[in-house]
Design a protein around this ligand. Structure first.
Ligand code: ADP
Ligand code: MG
Length: 211
């Protein structure tokens, strides 16, 4: 499979649709262990990104991902804005000048996005953040695509299932990073909002393949 600007455009539109549809849900999750703005933040970012894509009409994956990253950085506050902004900026930089990339290139872009998240947020697996979804999914992709040479389209069902499991696995965790960590043990028993939007990210990445 080749990933061109049209693929990334579909991906961003699907992700934006999920964020807008789940605005209330993500906000409720964040209200339980944070300040109740994650859905509002991500929906605002999604709408800003779509507006800019509409006017700027990018011609390459790099340009498109950079526009989305800048839109998120400039319109989304809190922790999630810089973290998701970094995801798209790192992907854009990794892809570089290529008009089309292959499965391995996409995995490398996602790997660099995860490195960006961890460099910025300093969170490790088990601390109840978006890293709890991102790291296992990226490790799975590295094994299946870089080592075993599968195509992403062949393993999408497994990717979505893994992301969903890891999202749910944040429920019994105690938050060690971000606003939820202020609650200490009271953060236990709630699903992490950023892990939830990250699940939607990977679901969108897969769904954009089959349109
Ligand atoms: P804020 O916490 O500033 O209100 P949001 O509500 O938009 O920002 O996002 C909260 C989410 O951000 C959390 O659910 C968590 O997944 C993620 N997050 C917070 N801090 C970090 C961090 N240091 N590293 C990774 N993810 C983080
Ligand atoms: Mg919040």
């Amino acid at each position: 499979m080749e990933y061109d600007v049209k693929y990334f455009d579909r991906f961003v539109r699907i992700f934006a649709k999920y964020l807008t549809e789940n605005k209330e849900y993500l906000t409720q999750l964040d209200a339980a262990i944070g300040d109740g703005d994650h859905g509002i933040n991500m929906d605002r970012g999604a709408r800003t990104a779509l507006e800019r894509l509409g006017t700027m009409n990018p011609k390459t994956p790099r340009e498109l991902l950079r526009i989305v990253g800048m839109a998120l950085l400039s319109s989304v506050g809190g922790a999630a804005g810089p973290l998701y902004g970094t995801v798209f900026m790192k992907m854009s930089m990794t892809i570089g000048n290529k008009e089309k990339i292959d499965d391995k290139d996409l995995v490398k872009a996602l790997e660099n996005a995860l490195i960006g998240i961890k460099t910025l947020g300093k969170a490790e697996v088990g601390e109840k953040t978006m890293v709890d979804v991102w790291e296992p999914v990226v490790e799975f992709l590295k094994e299946k695509v870089l080592n075993e040479e599968n195509e992403i389209s062949e393993i999408c069902r497994e990717i979505i299932k893994l992301a969903e499991e890891r999202m749910k696995a944040t429920i019994p965790m105690q938050a060690k990073k971000g606003r939820a960590s202020y609650l200490g043990e009271r953060s236990i028993g709630h699903q992490d909002p950023g892990a939830t939007s990250s699940y939607l990210f990977f679901k969108s990445l897969c769904e954009a393949l089959s349109e």
